[in-house]
Design a protein around this ligand. Structure first.
Ligand code: MN
Length: 252
């Protein structure tokens, strides 16, 4: 199984978490929050085939790090994975909303220019704006809405757009999160931890904690945990197949 949204570089000991994930057979989409974090984070994946590194510029850092977009463009050719990117409509992020829009628009434009990219997208308090942006770039076929927390009607819109959804133990701990997951198509659900920030019972999540999401998901789907795992693993294969051509090509 794969943790599709994890901040590997922000754990206290990234190499230890990388090693333990590999040992347990847990795959990782290792997202970055700034382009300048790319090189160091990508190094953690060297020799560890289950770790895939994504190039990102987090919306909460869009104001301070907009100047790193040139670096984003440079590294984008190295990977079919992009994230963490998106928009954040929280009050504390409103002051640099225009910067957020500029950064996210730049990212989507760059992603729609070449080979297919898998994009892990943050949309806290900005589901409508994220979906409006995605509508402008219909060449992007595999957006993943990470920890989606919009309304039911926004969820329907995202489903209609063909979005994937990564959900985790922290999201499933709340009634609203479970209700949203229940309404997602089984065939579009992936797992994530959003570790080390996301917590369950005040414990920061490790990538292998995605397994804790299986029981609540199985309950929502009315299937066994084993069947839930089987479906999610089939989803993972389907999603990765969309970028298989790019993965097979040597990178620089
Ligand atoms: Mn995150």
């Amino acid at each position: 199984m794969i943790d599709f949204h994890c901040h590997l570089d922000l754990y206290q000991s990234p190499p230890a978490v990388a090693e333990e994930s590999q040992r347990r057979g847990i795959g990782l989409l290792s997202v970055t929050t700034t382009p300048s974090a790319w090189s160091g984070t990508a190094r953690l994946a060297e020799g560890r085939s289950a770790i895939r590194t994504a190039i990102g510029l987090h919306p909460q850092l869009a104001g301070q790090r907009k100047h790193e977009l040139a670096l984003f463009d440079r590294y984008l050719a190295n990977t079919p994975f992009v994230g963490e990117v998106g928009l954040d409509g929280s009050p504390e992020c409103r002051a640099f909303w225009e910067d957020q829009l500029e950064v996210f628009d730049h990212v989507l434009q760059a992603c729609s220019a070449g080979d297919e990219k898998v994009i892990s997208i943050h949309s806290r308090r900005a589901a409508k704006d994220v979906l409006d942006q995605l509508d402008r770039y219909d060449r992007i076929k595999t957006p993943i809405l990470h920890w989606f927390s919009g309304s039911r009607s926004q969820l329907e819109r995202a489903i209609g757009r063909g979005c994937w959804f990564s959900v985790g133990p922290a999201m499933l701990a709340g009634a609203k999160g479970r209700e949203l997951v229940a309404a997602m198509p089984n065939g579009k659900v992936l797992l994530e931890t959003d570790g080390p920030f996301a917590q369950v019972r005040r414990q920061g999540l490790n990538p292998w904690d995605i397994t804790a999401a299986l029981r609540p998901i199985a309950a929502l789907w009315g299937v066994t945990e084993r069947e839930a795992q089987r479906r999610i693993e089939a989803n993972e294969r389907a999603l990765l197949a969309s970028v298989a051509a790019a993965l097979g090509r040597p990178t620089t």
